[in-house]
Structure formats: C-alpha cells, structure tokens
Design a protein around this ligand. Structure first.
Ligand SMILES: [Cu+2]
Length: 140
C-alpha cells in the first residue's frame, strides 16, 4: 500500500512535459573583418517528439545576433531576417553558407577564438554552444 502511494505521488512529475531538446552539432563562426558581420553556422537536431522553434540568438561577441536566411533568386544573392527557425520533431535544420545562418552584427573576435552563443527557444528555455572562429578560406 505504501508502495502504491509513492507511485501515485510520483505520477504528476513523470507526466510533466519535458523541456524541448535541441542539440547543436558542429557549430562554427566565419569571421572576416571587424567591420563586416560574421556568420554562425551549425546543425540543429531535434530528437524530441515535438517541433522546437528558435526565436532568437545572443552572443557577447556579436552585438546583435540575428536569425538570417540567404536566398539565391535568379543569380542575385540576398539575405533577410527571419523571425524564427523551426526544427521539426525527430528532424534537423542545417545552418550553412547559402541558407540559414546567425548574423553576428558587430563581431569582436579573432581567428581561433571560441565564441559563446545562446539560442532562445519559443518556450522560454535556452540552448548554449561554443563556436570556434574560422576565416574566409577555412571551415571545419
Ligand atoms: Cu546574414
């Protein structure tokens, strides 16, 4: 009887929704010059059963760190702000040159640095990663 009571008391905890899982894989930063925004790339993996939406990003080495997407429309490379990036359940989204990236507006870093980046998720939680800094001609 005492055992059963213990189980009943634990049930509400077990039923409580787990925080969203988002795994940052192979993150890196491409840095050119202090006057040119740097770009952050990574793969976002979502092993969970629910979609996870990234709604913002921040880094002490970036001033503003914005969510961007590059598009190549009829040979014209453009990029624009996006309000969020959704990583589907059991899926992934790749941030890579030519597509989604984080734009580091005022980069204060140098080659070889490790830059901390924090992603804000829709539910208010955050995910942090450390990004090694590469130059124009190199990448991981
Ligand atoms: Cu950009």
């Amino acid at each position: 009887m005492r055992f059963l009571l213990a189980i009943l008391l634990l049930l509400p905890i077990a039923a409580h929704a787990a925080p969203p899982e988002l795994v940052v894989v192979k993150p890196w930063m491409r840095y050119l010059l202090p006057s040119i925004p740097a770009a952050a790339y990574m793969e976002l993996q979502n092993p969970g059963a629910a979609d996870v939406t990234v709604t913002g990003a921040a880094s002490p080495a970036c001033g503003m760190l914005m969510l961007h997407k590059s598009t190549d429309t009829s040979g014209m490379a453009m990029m624009m702000d996006v309000p969020s990036i959704t990583v589907p359940a059991h899926g992934s989204v790749t941030l890579a040159p030519g597509g989604y990236h984080l734009m580091c507006m005022q980069p204060t870093m140098k080659l070889g640095d490790a830059v901390p980046v924090t992603l804000s998720l829709q539910d208010g939680s955050t995910v942090s990663a450390t990004l090694p800094v590469y130059g124009a001609q190199s990448s991981p």
